[in-house]
Design a protein around this ligand. Structure first.
Ligand SMILES: Nc1ncnc2c1ncn2[C@@H]1O[C@H](COP(=O)(O)OP(=O)(O)OP(=O)(O)O)[C@@H](O)[C@H]1O
Ligand SMILES: [Mg+2]
Length: 1019
């Protein structure tokens, strides 16, 4: 036992008991050093030994040369968000700069919220709080920790029972994501009374990487052991008293041993010790207590009105009497209970006076009340009875928390502020901020309740009209964000009614732009646009409202008039740039990028928006932009970059818990794998897509269509037909399903196969707006050309194809695919340049890195060939061949040259090389040089053809059975595999083609009347 003075400092020199806990910490530490981090959660009542166990962990870590860094929550942390984590970061960065690491750069914005002096309140920070939440901050912290201590780190987070809900959710993310990282978190918290942290501790049970260490009271034997360890001898009676009174709480054991009197509780002990203080010194300690558990000793002379030497003496006494501890950084009450006991021991008038003096001192020393001083001042103002000042300070504190995205502390603080401001005209202002915080937190019902209460209280007083309008507008905005349209309408109406008597045009503009949002949500595109146009033209509308209006104009036009939409988004961009509104600038760039994608697959603006989003730390927007980019690159058949952006979206979505974005990213990879003809990857990715978001109505059809695509590209054209048909039909039934190019490809394939339903399918995809995407317009035009050729109008087919000169800009590979598919029909029906299409290798085939596309094209060409069934005759209705008038002498597809080949298929099959050479003397060398597709070309050229329409052409596969149909949730049911079929089954083949009820040639069961392309967020 170490003793100083009358009342000794007792600290047990050995750790008593807790063997299981030590063992658990040892293995957690070892796991962390092996790269398997995690979190140890130490719980128990006050004084039970949580911090002591933390110290043991620090000692063990030091033995293994692992750095330990600590942060703690304090009781005032309800209005001091993220304090423990901030402390950890500050300690880590003490004397070290932030690492200069580009991969860390996008994350540092989010650290700004956690670090003092951050760019809090900046538009970027506001955006990131709106879109990113604690998850981003958690990820930012993890990345920084890993960067700063790559070889292992222990982060001790103490006293989390005082942490605000936002800090707790941040800690939850850290704890959950430490697995697989070289960092071990150790959290301590009291479980009583219940707190957000104790809820978390309960929730965390059983999670991977979380070790629970609930500390119980020491047994009698352990208490005796502790007393023996602390005492150098001693009185048996006193020991027995300590054993009895301590009730197994180690803190009480020490406190009781240190006390010379006979205290029965800590507060008694404290009161007893305080009584030994002279009046002045006691006043110093009381002032310290009103300032918080951790107090600023430098301000104490002014705050207590005592001379510095009195303050020094008081602190020395307090330390001596185990009420206060001193460390390198300053002083703090030894225990929260100790501070509370000090406060309890003083009479209220005395405390009130102390608080008033302390507040004056704080004001003098920190006139701007920067950092934590505003919270200290608010607390002191409340204790000193200045409710209005406390309310104002808490309102400012709440506004600050709102700006940095600490929504839960903001709500709590603003509620307290509103209570304190009761009877003051400033109360409405605090409540308006409270409504905004509740709305941003997504607590719509509470928002509505708070708003309604405020509006009711304000009554009809003309002086309050501004506040009432503001309340209605904020409630309407909250309702719009939550898609609560009736609520939005009600508050917009009220705001409009009130603004009639107002002169501020910005208020009317805000109401109008919100009503335009409501109209847009109700598919009233014209109404939305007209309102938004009116707002955009209003003189007094603020630039943010104008940007919002222009964006709505663009969104309402995008479905039918892309150039007009682009013009509106351009105007929004210019407005945002002029007014310096980065959030609106990003939104405008994003929308413009989407227009570019649909118009010509330009990616520049999407890439710029992505860069900007990254710069601003708007990581969830970056994730969505990655999705858009992956969609663009899939359109460009640049599958490597498609996969790279989808991978990036997936990674960000995983970190930010954006489940829908993650599912979309996997779906992009599925599409890309299918276009690469990678059957196995398509199969796996399609299954992952379906599992990632089983509720998405588009995915089943989309994945099934991808199965069709991969089979087609792999050269299994016949097997591809059913999944193609089913997948595209399912997508047609979903309103605003993505206009993926597979949907536009399907009618072309049908037409090329001679399927008579092709025209109906083409008409349907047109009606559903699949042609909003320009690539699809090209594919559909090829489909139309095939139909024209089949109908005996090769001239029209030629005209259509001639008009496609620039239709496939930026996406030539799609054109190659379309030509490969259409070539056999073009050859048979006498239009186009089928031989050149088939033999002249498409550009991308010979470019390094795009060979897979070329191979896949050749596979597709094989798959799409009309079925060779023997016999002669054309495949157009009536079996006519192409009219001689449409053969252009000298043209590569010259039918006069081809005729001998097509006439005698048997001979040709026997001696293909000779026949081919005979048919294409001038191209023979070229024809045979790339051996991959010679099979496709030869089989096509040498096979007689016949119509493959529904009635005339039995499907080669077994009919769909009712059992098969039951497997509709899988995109890769065994049905999609090519099967051998018997004549018995082929007689019922027709039913296999009838994919009812939603087949492409049947009317869709549901679907938008004149359905358009999807809104950008579907991509
Ligand atoms: N197992 C133990 N063996 C010896 N001494 C202990 C043991 N557990 C705790 N102590 C001592 O008891 C005192 C109180 O413990 P500690 O501060 O760790 O409690 P705590 O649970 O962290 O309390 P609080 O919740 O208030 O932070 C400390 O001085 C500590 O050294
Ligand atoms: Mg503790």
């Amino acid at each position: 036992m170490r003793q100083t003075g009358i009342v000794g400092v007792v600290r047990c020199p050995v750790l008593v008991g807790r063997r299981a806990e030590i063992q658990a910490l040892e293995s957690a530490l070892a796991g962390m050093l092996a790269g398997q981090g995690g979190c140890a959660v130490i719980t128990g009542e006050a004084g039970i030994g949580k911090s002591r166990l933390m110290r043991e962990l620090a000692r063990m870590a030091a033995g293994r040369q692992v750095p330990v860094v600590m942060g703690r929550a304090v009781p005032s942390s309800a209005s001091a968000p993220y304090r423990p984590v901030t402390e950890v970061l500050l300690r880590l960065l003490r004397g070290r700069p932030l690492p200069d690491d580009p991969s860390l750069a996008p994350w540092l914005r989010h650290l700004a919220v956690l670090l003092p002096g951050a760019a809090a309140g900046s538009p970027a920070a506001r955006l990131s709080q709106a879109v990113d939440s604690q998850v981003v901050r958690g990820e930012a912290v993890l990345r920084l920790l890993r960067r700063m201590a790559p070889d292992g780190l222990v982060v001790a987070l103490e006293d989390l029972h005082w942490a605000d809900p936002d800090t707790v959710s941040l800690v939850e993310y850290l704890a959950d994501n430490a697995v697989g990282q070289p960092v071990l978190f150790a959290c301590s918290l009291r479980t009583e009374p219940p707190s957000p942290a104790s809820d978390l501790a309960r929730r965390q049970r059983g999670r991977t990487g979380i070790v629970h260490l609930p500390l119980g009271r020491l047994s009698e034997r352990e208490v005796a052991e502790m007393i023996a360890a602390c005492s150098l001898g001693g009185d048996a009676d006193e020991h027995s008293r300590v054993r009895r009174v301590s009730e197994g709480v180690p803190l009480f054991v020490e406190e009781l041993l240190a006390s010379s009197g006979i205290p029965e509780t800590i507060s008694d002990t404290v009161r007893e010790r305080l009584a030994e203080f002279p009046d002045d010194e006691r006043a110093v300690l009381e002032t310290a207590a009103v300032m918080g558990r951790h107090f600023d000793w430098e301000i104490l002379p002014a705050a207590s009105g005592q001379a510095p030497e009195v303050v020094s003496r008081a602190l020395a006494w307090a330390v001596d009497r185990v009420l206060v501890t001193a460390d390198g950084a300053g002083f703090q009450f030894r225990h929260a209970l100790t501070r509370e006991a000090v406060l309890m021991s003083a009479l209220p008038p005395r405390l009130r006076r102390a608080a008033a003096t302390a507040l004056a001192a704080v004001d003098a020393a920190h006139p701007d009340l920067e950092g934590r001083w505003r919270d200290v001042a608010a607390d002191l103002a409340a204790r000193s009875g200045d409710r209005a000042r406390a309310g104002r300070l808490l309102r400012d504190s709440g506004r600050y928390s709102l700006e940095i995205g600490a929504l839960a502390p903001a709500v709590e603080t603003l509620r307290r502020a509103a209570d304190l401001l009761e009877g003051s005209p400033e109360r409405a202002g605090a409540e308006l901020i409270l409504i905004e915080a509740l709305a941003l937190a997504g607590r719509v019902d509470e928002t509505a309740a708070a708003g309604t209460r405020l509006i009711a209280r304000l009554g009809d007083d003309p002086a309050s009209i501004q506040a009432r309008i503001e309340a209605h507008l904020r409630l309407a905005q909250a309702a719009v964000s939550a898609s609560r349209w009736p609520m939005a309408c009600h508050h917009i109406d009220m705001a409009v009614r009130l603004t009639a008597a107002q002169t501020d045009p910005n208020l009317s503009a805000r109401a109008a732009v919100l009503s335009a949002e409501v109209a847009l949500a109700g598919d009233d595109l014209d109404g939305a646009r007209h309102t938004a146009e009116r707002v955009a033209a209003m003189d007094g509308a603020g630039p943010d409202v104008r940007c919002h209006a222009l964006e709505i104009i663009g969104r309402s036009r995008r479905l039918h008039d892309l150039p007009a939409a682009a013009a509106a988004f351009e105007a929004a961009l210019a407005t945002a740039e002029l007014a310096g509104l980065p959030v609106w600038r990003l939104r405008a760039l994003h929308e413009l990028g989407t227009v570019d994608m649909f118009e010509r697959l330009d990616v520049d603006r999407l890439l710029e928006a992505r860069r900007l989003g990254e710069q601003m730390g708007a990581l969830s927007t970056v994730a969505v932009l990655d999705l858009q980019l992956s969609a663009s690159f899939i359109g460009r058949w640049d599958l490597e970059r498609c996969d790279a952006h989808a991978g990036s979206a997936l990674e960000l979505a995983g970190q930010l818990r954006l489940d829908q974005v993650a599912a979309k990213a996997v779906s992009m990879m599925t599409g890309s794998a299918s276009m690469r003809a990678d059957v196995q990857a398509t199969e796996q990715l399609a299954a992952r897509t379906l599992a990632a978001d089983p509720a998405d109505p588009v995915f089943p059809g989309y994945c099934r269509a991808c199965v069709g695509m991969v089979l087609l590209m792999a050269g299994e054209g016949a097997a591809a037909l059913l999944p193609f048909a089913e997948g595209t039909a399912a997508m047609s039934r979903i309103p605003n399903a993505e206009p993926i190019s597979i949907r536009a490809l399907w009618p072309l394939i049908q037409a090329a196969r001679g399927d008579r339903r092709a025209a109906a399918t083409l008409e349907e995809v047109r009606r559903l707006g699949v042609d909003a995407f320009y690539v699809n317009r090209g594919l559909m035009a090829f489909g139309q050309a095939v139909l024209e050729g089949r109908a005996g109008r090769p001239g029209r087919a030629d005209a259509i194809v001639a008009g496609l000169a620039t239709a496939f800009a930026n996406c030539e590979t799609w054109a190659d695919l379309a030509r490969f598919i259409a070539a056999p029909r073009a050859l048979a029906d006498g239009w186009g340049e089928p031989v050149r299409w088939l033999t002249a290798a498409p550009g991308p085939v010979h470019q390094p890195g795009t060979r897979p596309a070329g191979r896949a094209l050749r596979g597709a060409a094989q798959g799409c060939l009309p079925q060779p069934v023997g016999g002669r005759g054309g495949d157009r209705p009536g079996g006519r061949r192409a009219p001689p008038g449409h053969q252009r002498p000298g043209q590569q597809g010259d039918r006069s040259r081809l005729a001998p080949v097509a006439e005698d298929s048997r001979e040709a099959r026997r001696e293909p090389a000779a026949q081919d050479r005979g048919a294409f003397p001038h191209r023979a060398g070229r024809l045979f040089r790339p051996p991959h597709y010679v099979g496709a070309v030869r089989r096509y050229l040498l096979s007689p053809m016949r119509p493959v329409g529904r009635a005339a052409h039995p499907h080669p596969r077994a009919p769909e059975t009712s059992r098969d149909r039951g497997k509709g949730d899988s995109c890769w049911s065994p049905r999609t595999r090519p099967r051998r079929t018997t004549s018995a089954t082929s007689s019922t083949a027709r039913s296999a083609w009838s994919i009812s009820p939603g087949s492409p040639w049947a009317a869709p069961t549901s679907g938008p009347a004149g359905g358009g392309p999807p809104t950008s967020n579907r991509w």
